[in-house]
Design a protein around this ligand. Structure first.
Ligand code: GDP
Length: 208
């Protein structure tokens, strides 16, 4: 997979610093601790491309990873690791900064081809997850939900979580512009489940 050649490109702290790139990008959002960095690393078959940050103050940045040829003579697109959200004790100013950075990026970034939202399979669709969906829905672009840490659920519980997530996305679909695909799958970095289907979604969005 071309994703295996992803490499660090840049870090952005303010919208004005977003790179003026001309190829598609896919963004990864999720509550802090949802397993986002682990999943990005697994999808790219790398040990430490994405870093999990345990410090709320340090999470207010956006990391870009470039997907290109090994020879670095062509860039297909970018993977964009968005700041994790949902820390209990983020000060008001940091929260406001987060909302602007994430909300504006998601709602207005023309290059953004699709949004992956990582949600812990045991407690998906928290208020902030729904906020992300609602910011992005009006763009009419696709959302793919990864129900992470699926290994923590029995197969019955997994099936139930998947059904419930589909029901919620179906309800959102009624509000979305025509045709916006809202999809969901189970995922486990630990058990390496769901990696290929997720890679296929990313490849499709990036035109790989
Ligand atoms: P992030 O804050 O969303 O980037 O989350 P991390 O990727 O840092 O993961 C948070 C915690 O969840 C870490 O302790 C990981 O080891 C654990 N974790 C990540 N993926 C999985 C998974 O698929 N299964 C299980 N059981 N734990 C996971």
């Amino acid at each position: 997979s071309l994703l295996h050649q992803a490499r660090f490109f840049t870090t952005v702290n303010h919208l004005r610093d977003l790179p003026a790139t001309a190829v598609p990008e896919v963004a990864f959002a999720g509550r802090s601790n949802a397993g986002k960095s682990t999943a990005i690393n697994i999808l790219c078959n790398q040990k430490r491309l994405a870093f999990s940050s345990k410090t709320p103050g340090r999470t207010q940045h956006i990391n870009f990873f470039e997907v290109g040829t090994a020879k670095r003579d062509h860039t297909y697109g970018y993977l964009v690791d968005l700041p994790g959200y949902g820390y209990a004790e983020v000060p008001g100013a940091a929260k406001a900064h987060w909302e602007r950075l994430l909300g504006d990026y998601i709602a207005t970034r023309a290059q953004l081809a699709g949004l992956v939202i990582m949600m812990d399979a045991r407690r998906p669709f928290t208020d902030l997850d729904c906020q992300m969906v609602e910011w992005f829905l009006p763009t009419g672009k696709p959302i793919h939900v990864l129900l992470t840490k699926a290994d923590k659920l029995s197969s019955n519980e997994s099936a139930q979580a998947l059904r419930e997530a589909r029901r919620i996305l179906d309800a959102y679909r009624q509000q979305a512009p025509d045709g916006a695909p809202l999809t969901v799958q189970l995922f486990s970095s630990l058990k390496r489940k769901g990696i290929e289907p997720a890679q296929q979604v990313l490849a499709g969005w990036l035109g790989l």
